[in-house]
Design a protein around this ligand. Structure first.
Ligand SMILES: [Zn+2]
Ligand SMILES: [Zn+2]
Length: 229
């Protein structure tokens, strides 16, 4: 972890959600057959009303999901549920779900179930936040709903997170290496920092004394070693 200099960060412009159209059935962009199958199966088990399902849109495209929600999606997120309040007459809200496209089949199933639990919570007026992914009351509900045991779900989550991380690293090699001149700790990065950052080991708040310095370019052969460390 590094510590960013917050004061230099300019406020991001207020973007508005670009909501997808409402049709005669829930909108699905991606592997439609698979997603629809699990959506119908778990929506019925959760007794989600049709009126709410019509306000649901699911995509497996990260860029599209960020446009719909006008929010950043964590690059490590395997799934996401977002509730949007609208001021459109007749439609007070929308349900938006993202499902990572490169998940294994069993993980697609449990991720759809997981995000629908969040949606059901919203519909029932009892939204919950995660205390600890895989270990909280949402995880317990997910196990009860899918019939998989908690250990199996945790193993899946761990495995998929590792795969996602590996895919990310492959696509964005760590080209830059920063270092703290005080303690020597190094910080490999795929991109340059857009602002001054300091070493969080030396001071957990931004401190220009421990400012990180960009080291000379890393040779491609060294990158593999860096990643596996
Ligand atoms: Zn969740
Ligand atoms: Zn340091």
């Amino acid at each position: 972890m590094t510590t960013a200099n917050q004061s230099r960060r300019s406020p991001s412009p207020t973007k508005r959600p670009a909501l997808p159209p409402i049709g005669a059935e829930p909108l699905i962009h991606g592997d439609v057959a698979t997603i629809r199958r699990w959506l119908l199966y778990y929506a019925q088990k959760l007794a989600l009303p049709t009126s709410e399902l019509l306000l649901l849109a699911i995509t497996q495209d990260r860029q599209e999901y960020m446009l719909w929600t006008a929010r950043r999606l964590n690059t490590m997120a395997l799934g996401c549920y977002c509730y949007i309040s609208t001021r459109v007459k007749g439609t007070q809200h929308r349900h938006l779900i993202f499902i990572e496209p490169e998940l294994q089949p069993q993980s697609i199933e449990v991720t759809v179930a997981h995000e629908l639990i969040h949606m059901a919570d919203r519909v029932n007026g009892t939204p919950r936040r995660h205390r600890h992914h895989g270990y909280d009351s949402i995880a317990a509900d997910e196990a009860a709903l899918t019939g998989y045991d908690l250990d199996e779900l945790r193993r899946l989550l761990h495995e998929e997170s590792q795969r996602r991380d590996a895919i990310r690293r492959q696509r964005r090699p760590l080209r830059y290496m920063y270092a703290c001149s005080h303690c020597g700790k190094t910080y490999p990065r795929a991109r340059r920092y857009s602002q001054s950052v300091s070493c969080s080991s030396c001071d957990k708040h931004y401190n220009p004394v421990f400012k990180l310095a960009l080291l000379p370019a890393v040779e491609p052969d060294d990158q593999a070693k860096m990643v596996s460390d």
